[in-house]
Design a protein around this ligand. Structure first.
Ligand code: NAD
Length: 319
């Protein structure tokens, strides 16, 4: 079995690549390394060139379509994205070039190569807009409030078109807030990585607003497991990948402070305009159609993430 993973040098994509290789897949990774890193692919490269290859390529280029046709993967996992909501607000056309035009280049390749399936990384925190009820189910109206959310919704809409008109199978995974090893602690998303990175450096992290805002944190191994299941199941669906549990940013802070032994209070900064007050995704459809349930508790996931950050600090690896 051959898979092609776009965005495979990134946080979720590299964890997915390692899992696919471990399960015996041959894997092609496509990434322009704009936010991803070759360091994330060290384990994959150790598997050897017979089963793993890396292609440095921008999905905005039609060359990605040709590459997919040339490599003929059975399944395309499309994770490459401009993944920063605030960049999408500042530069909506750039966001659309990557997240809409780039996605179309990938989908055209999957169609031309007669791939069995596309698994698409969508975003449950943005496609629904402000939730009318929590936890959010997939039938909730989709009224995204950022260009990034609009593009993620469009990705699933295009895939619905490709399936209906051309018979290309897909599953869109609407991820909650994914956290774990390899998340960039310097990024803008990824509050778990940011808090861990700063607390390990003995710096006080900021909380925007009073910290009562909630998010749904899902561990990366669990998210990757959903991707692998979606290669076989859940066709034609948008499926939430979250825990259904709301965790306040303040209680996340306390959990990470306890795990790192950090004893200082946060710096409270003014709330950020446009941020959701509450977010959580109902994972019932994932259980029904993918046989998926979150299996890592927040304290266990935080502990595993912390071990990874400490190992990185010990080896002097920077990213
Ligand atoms: P990431 O930034 O680590 O991964 C994205 C990867 O795409 C990076 O390796 C980057 O270099 C690559 N990329 C960006 N633009 C590209 C381009 N034009 N051509 C080729 N490669 C390009 O982010 P992540 O957190 O691993 O996210 C993976 C996917 O999951 C993204 O589609 C993101 O929108 C989605 N997602 C993530 C979360 C989360 O909490 N991390 C939540 C919802 C959805």
């Amino acid at each position: 079995m051959r898979a092609l993973v776009t965005g495979g040098a990134g946080f979720i994509g590299s964890n997915l690549t390692d899992r696919l290789l471990a399960e015996g897949w041959d894997v092609d990774v496509v990434d322009d390394l704009s936010t991803g890193s070759l360091a994330n692919l060290a384990e994959a490269r150790a598997v050897g060139a017979r089963r793993f290859s890396f292609h440095r390529m921008d999905i905005r280029s039609p060359a990605i379509t040709d590459l997919i046709v040339h490599r003929r993967p059975e399944v395309v996992f499309h994770l490459a994205a401009q993944a920063d909501v605030r960049v999408s607000v500042a530069r909506p056309a750039f966001d659309a070039e990557v997240n809409i035009i780039g996605s179309l280049n990938v989908f055209q390749g999957a169609l031309a190569a007669r791939c069995r399936k596309v698994v698409f990384a969508s975003s449950g925190g943005t496609i629904y807009g402000t939730p009318e009820e929590l936890p959010v189910r997939e039938g909730h109206p989709q009224r995204p409030e950022s260009p990034y959310g609009v593009a993620k919704k469009a990705g699933s809409d295009y895939l619905h078109y490709y399936r209906t008109v051309h018979g290309l199978e897909y599953t869109s995974l609407a991820f909650a807030n994914v956290y774990g090893p390899r998340q960039d602690p310097h990024g803008e998303a990824g509050v778990v990585a940011i808090f861990i990175g700063m607390m390990l450096r003995r710096e006080r992290p900021s909380i925007y607003g009073d910290g009562t805002q909630t998010r749904d944190f899902v561990y990366v191994d669990d998210a990757v497991d959903a991707c692998v299941r979606a290669a076989e199941r859940g066709s034609g669906l948008v499926v939430n990948i979250g825990t259904g549990v709301e965790t306040s940013v303040r209680s996340l802070y306390d959990t990470i402070a306890a795990a790192t032994g950090f004893d200082q209070p946060p710096v409270f900064a003014p709330p950020r305009p446009g941020e959701l007050a509450r977010s959580a995704l109902d994972p019932a459809r994932a259980e029904l159609h993918l046989g998926w349930k979150p299996f890592t508790s927040l304290p266990d996931g935080v502990a595993a993430t912390l071990r990874w950050f400490r190992r990185q600090a010990g080896t002097g690896v920077t990213r």
